[in-house]
Design a protein. Structure first.
Lengths: 425, 403
């Protein structure tokens, strides 16, 4: 049996939302002992997003909080905080994403924790990050899109106002950036014996993924308008309708800034993304769609001409894709060496995508309150120290007894007394 | 004196856009990242737009941003001599990052097993669009195709239009970032085992987990509960923007789910009775969310972005923000206070503001130290100074198209 990479590393988890919880999910997956510190008086934010608002049926919480144990302790009580200070002495990492005032009020901010455990690695994850006028402003995933300019850019070319996306990807990606920083800090501590503070900003994560845009602003004094699905150096390049797209209503009364209604009727949403960069790919594309007469039109002879006549080109491409199922179209185009991919929805990924199936990327876990459900596997495939099997997100307080006995050596009587006083649960 | 987290770690970066940002993270943390480019230059160098709109090898903004802090050598890996030189370099390397089609490195005789035999401590990360094995492993990807296949594209935009691509290279950046998570784990493990290992990443999987990790559990839970699956088979929640609403001079956004947050929103807007009556319980508001947003908008129209944001956050603790342009973000006072952008001058492309790492570390800060390398800028340093090739030998290799 190979020793898991992070075996022997203990993490105290005061995290909320997506960013930091997912970092710790990874820590657990690679062998760290991650202890979620939770209290039913102030439940973790994602528990509010449960199906039918059932806190135990939050797919987000039950995903992000996998691979750890849970200690139920009320930090608003001095006894609860005393327990945590004792646990910190036996820990390597403290990770938190409360509003900054919260950890200070509990006496669990970096400076206080360092006094108890000088070589602690302390991770603070906040939207804006510390050290500026907006320090402590409470933020969520979407904010990172909006303030960085991503929402402003993430639109069709003729969009009348910023639409942006529905992802909260800065949080999800922040967790991986944080994981890299955390491993760097662990390795530094291994070499020098010194801990440190990691101060992560999800907003900066979003900005870091589009650094070339800020160079355009600062070097060219220019603000490129949104590109939609088009490209400056590829054509065709876009997202095209496929067979099966039904109940599709151009001019659906979308928000106009205010209306967030969603269609209640079943809607098949079938699209394919295609990108053609080189002449070789263009020739492959023409061949794949059967060399219709229009492909020899001089209007489309070179990339520059294709870019100039891109609206007409896109219409013609769509005439072909519209007749085909997206998976069928993908296969035909890929066989001709053209980058093409189904705009997949979750059901495609669960049932149809042969690649994800082959790699077993979607896994099933049984959760004691929520039942059997699908989750993602670990994308990091390590040849010698692979991820451990994932374990379900613990119930609140599920491991309280074992943690207090095993790490702090408490007796059953002590634990019962604390439970009676509602310090622990 | 702060140290660099990865000083002493050498990375050979053979990657294209699927790995570039990842290798840059290691470079910012202090690793010696050597970009190994084909003699004609990395294809990334020709991605527009360019500095000053002048196309050229040293002017692609995409290239400049994703390759700061790296050195560059040219080496033709398709040639026998190139492969031999690479094998010599491997002896000095801790990490190799590559993004070739599956099987290509093996074809060159430079697969992990071969490199490991030369240097057992080496860690190799392979990133492909869909993975090394499987029915799509030889499919061609691109930014938009990988984004589409990640399942993260279909939920973006409005229901009356096609799903919208995200600017940048988000799906491939996920592959790059996940690969570096793997590399960091492998480096940490190596400290105990003395041995390197192989890290394999599929950008599709990485983007699924890195952009939209809740799509599959959300689908699973909602289907089981008899709800229309979020991002499910027949449903497009491309409703846009999680409630962006217009205000006096632009657009703003807020998020309220707890009673405290609803109360803060109402306070900020002056406690209008038609909103207060809707209550501050998400269970009451959720079924009437469209109406709720419409009512809020009537009041935001009287406020500027700045008023809504700074009063909402500063006075009432409402999670809210303005919708900014990229230029406005650069000028944001908080971003300036954190020195998130660093001005760096490139000898050909000129001065620009480079986004730094999104985390601050007190002992081992990540930083931007020097601009992206010119093509083959460090051939002399590496081949002559370090490996001992004579100038004559280098000339001969150049003429033979090896470097």
């Amino acid at each position: 049996m190979v020793r898991p990479v992070l075996e022997g590393i203990r993490v105290l988890d005061f995290s909320n939302g997506a960013a930091l919880p997912e970092t710790l999910k990874m820590c657990g997956e690679f062998g760290a002992d991650v202890i979620e510190v939770a209290c039913s008086e102030y439940p973790e934010f994602l528990r509010r997003l449960g199906i039918d608002f059932d806190p135990n049926k939050s797919p987000a919480h039950n995903d992000a909080f996998r691979n750890r144990r849970c200690l139920g302790v009320n930090l608003t009580t001095p006894e609860g905080r005393a327990i945590i200070l004792e646990l910190i002495k036996a820990s390597d990492i403290v990770a938190e994403s409360y509003r900054p005032a919260v950890m200070v009020s509990w006496g669990l901010d970096y400076d206080s924790v360092k006094k108890v455990k000088p070589d602690i690695i302390y991770v603070s994850s906040h939207g804006w990050g510390s050290g500026g006028p907006y320090e402590g402003f409470q933020t969520y995933g979407p904010h990172a899109q909006h303030v960085t300019g991503l929402t402003w850019l993430w639109n069709h070319q003729d969009s009348p106002y910023p639409i942006g996306g529905n992802l909260i990807h800065p949080d999800h990606i922040a967790s991986k950036m944080c994981f890299i920083a955390l491993l760097a800090a662990l390795d530094y501590r291994r070499r020098t014996g010194k801990g440190q503070l990691i101060d992560l900003s999800q907003i900066e994560v979003a900005a870091g993924l589009m650094g070339e845009v800020y160079l355009d602003v600062s070097m060219n004094q220019r603000l490129e308008p949104p590109m939609g699905n088009r490209s400056l150096y590829a054509a065709p390049h876009g997202c095209y309708k496929c067979k099966g797209l039904v109940n599709y209503e151009p001019g659906y009364p979308h928000m106009g800034g205010t209306d967030i209604r969603v269609p209640q009727e079943p809607t098949e949403d079938r699209w394919i993304a295609i990108s053609v960069f080189s002449e070789e790919e263009w020739e492959g594309f023409c061949r794949a769609i059967g060399n219709p007469a229009w492909t020899t039109n001089r209007k489309f002879a070179t990339l520059n001409q294709r870019l100039e006549n891109v609206e007409e080109l896109d219409r013609l491409v769509e005439e072909w894709t519209r007749q085909r199922d997206p998976f069928e179209a993908m296969e035909i185009l890929q066989r001709a060496g053209v980058a093409a991919g189904v705009v997949e929805c979750a059901e495609d990924q669960v049932n149809t995508d042969e690649q994800l199936k082959h790699r077993g990327f979607i896994i099933e876990l049984d959760h004691p309150a929520a039942g059997r459900h699908l989750y993602l596997g670990e994308p990091i495939k390590l040849s010698k120290t692979p991820a451990l099997p994932s374990s379900y997100a613990p119930l609140l307080g599920e491991h309280t007894n074992e943690i207090l006995q095993e790490i702090l050596g408490m007796s059953k009587q002590e634990i019962a007394q604390l439970r009676k006083e509602k310090v622990i649960e | 004196m702060p140290q660099l987290a990865l000083s002493g770690i050498r990375v050979l970066d053979l990657s294209d856009g699927k790995g570039a940002y990842g290798a840059r993270i290691l470079a910012d943390l202090g690793a010696d990242v050597i970009k190994v480019e084909p003699p004609g230059g990395d294809p990334m160098r020709s991605i527009p737009p360019f500095a000053g709109d002048l196309p050229g090898h040293e002017r692609s903004l995409y290239w400049l941003y994703r390759n700061v802090n790296k050195r560059s050598i040219t080496l033709n890996l398709d040639s026998k001599e190139g492969q031999e030189i690479f094998k010599r370099l491997i002896k000095t390397a801790d990490v190799v990052v590559e993004t070739f089609e599956p099987g290509y490195m093996k074809q060159l005789g430079l697969d992990y097993e071969t490199l490991r035999d030369i240097n057992p401590r080496v860690i190799m990360a392979s990133i492909t669009d869909f993975g090394q094995t499987g029915p799509y492993s030889h499919y061609k990807g691109s930014d938009i195709v990988d984004f589409a296949m990640s399942g993260a594209m279909i939920v973006n935009g409005t229901p009356d239009r096609a799903p919208v691509n995200m600017p940048g290279s988000p799906a491939r950046d996920c592959g790059a970032i996940y690969a570096m998570c793997g590399v960091m784990l492998a480096l940490y493990a190596r400290a105990f085992t003395g041995e390197g290992q192989y890290v394999e990443i599929s950008a599709q999987e990485a983007a699924l987990a890195g952009l939209f990790s809740w799509s599959i559990p959300g689908y699973s839970y909602r289907s089981a509960a008899g709800r229309i699956p979020f991002a499910g088979p027949r449903m497009m929640p491309r409703t846009g923007s999680l409630a962006i609403v217009p205000c006096k001079d632009g657009y703003v956004h807020w998020l309220a789910t707890s009673p405290r947050q609803f109360a803060a929103l109402y306070e900020l807007l002056g406690n209008p009775p038609e909103l207060v009556e809707m209550g501050n319980n998400i269970l009451d508001v959720a079924p009437r969310i469209g109406e709720h947003i419409e009512k809020v908008t009537r009041h935001t129209m009287n406020m500027t972005m700045r008023e809504f944001f700074e009063q909402g956050q500063g006075k009432f603790g409402l999670p809210c923000c303005p919708v900014c342009t990229p230029a406005e973000y650069i000028d944001n006072p908080h971003v300036k206070a954190r020195s998130f952008f660093k001005e760096v001058e490139h000898p050909e492309a000129g001065k620009g503001l480079y986004a730094t790492m999104p985390f601050k570390m007190t002992e081992t800060p990540a930083e931007v130290r020097f601009p992206a390398p010119r093509l083959g800028q460090h051939n002399g340093e590496i081949y002559h100074d370090e490996m001992g090739f004579s100038m004559e030998e280098l000339d001969a290799l150049r003429r033979a198209g090896v470097i």
